[in-house]
Design a protein. Sequence first.
Length: 280
Amino acid sequence: MRCPFCNQDNTRVVDSRPVEDTNSIRRRRLCDACGKRFTTYEKVETIPLTVIKKDQNRESYKRSKIQDGVLRACYKRPIPIERVEEMIDSIEGDIFRSEDREISSTKIGEIVMEHLKDLDAVAYVRFASVYREFKDVSTFMDELKKLTHPYDDEDEEYEDFEEPRERSFDDRRNKAEDRRNKVVNIHATTQLKVVLVKPDRFENASEIADQLKDKRTVVLNLESTNKDVARRLIDFLSGVAYAGEGKIKKVAANTYIITPYHVELEGDLIDELESNGLYF
């Protein structure tokens, strides 16, 4: 096999291993001429798979299309390229495991999203925002809740069986959280609703996303938040802002402002917020 870098044919296999969940062999090859390595895949020849697009047109399946979409979703995320390649291999395994000769692009997208959900939350949100073509914020929020509260539907089935004391404890906790979230109105060119949030756990992410859904600007104070939790919150909420066409900006050492799509960050917003009762 010729080397893709120098086009010489004196290459050799230095490692071979089966790809999990697929009937193919992954081979690492070394070029003796230039010393570079590259990867090839050996697969059983099958009848080509046809993809049915949303407009009902048909085209041949191409791995590169999945690869391009996944790489865009993972842009600037701390994910090794080897891990991405392994995930794409698993995606192809799910696609070809079916005996059907045709598969819809919608089905492929769902398979990709299932794998991205386990890989990285921000990458998942990015891919979902493009693939699902969200028409409104409510649809987008439903998708976010699948990440932060994946078992909500199951919990609702058993809600009637909760003991009264447990329910009253939850009520007290919710009231305490409501007191931490201070909503104010900023009178500038238009009336701007701002909510100050001081989260103490990652589960607060969905509550913050709900504020953005309601077109509120969020001031995120992470001064008392665990560093690992703070990092996860920033990663997740960056994806929320990206998908909702909003913005996130660091304005102090542990303070961020997250705006919905209709709000622009202009001027000295911190001074204006402090003058209206929000202190950092």
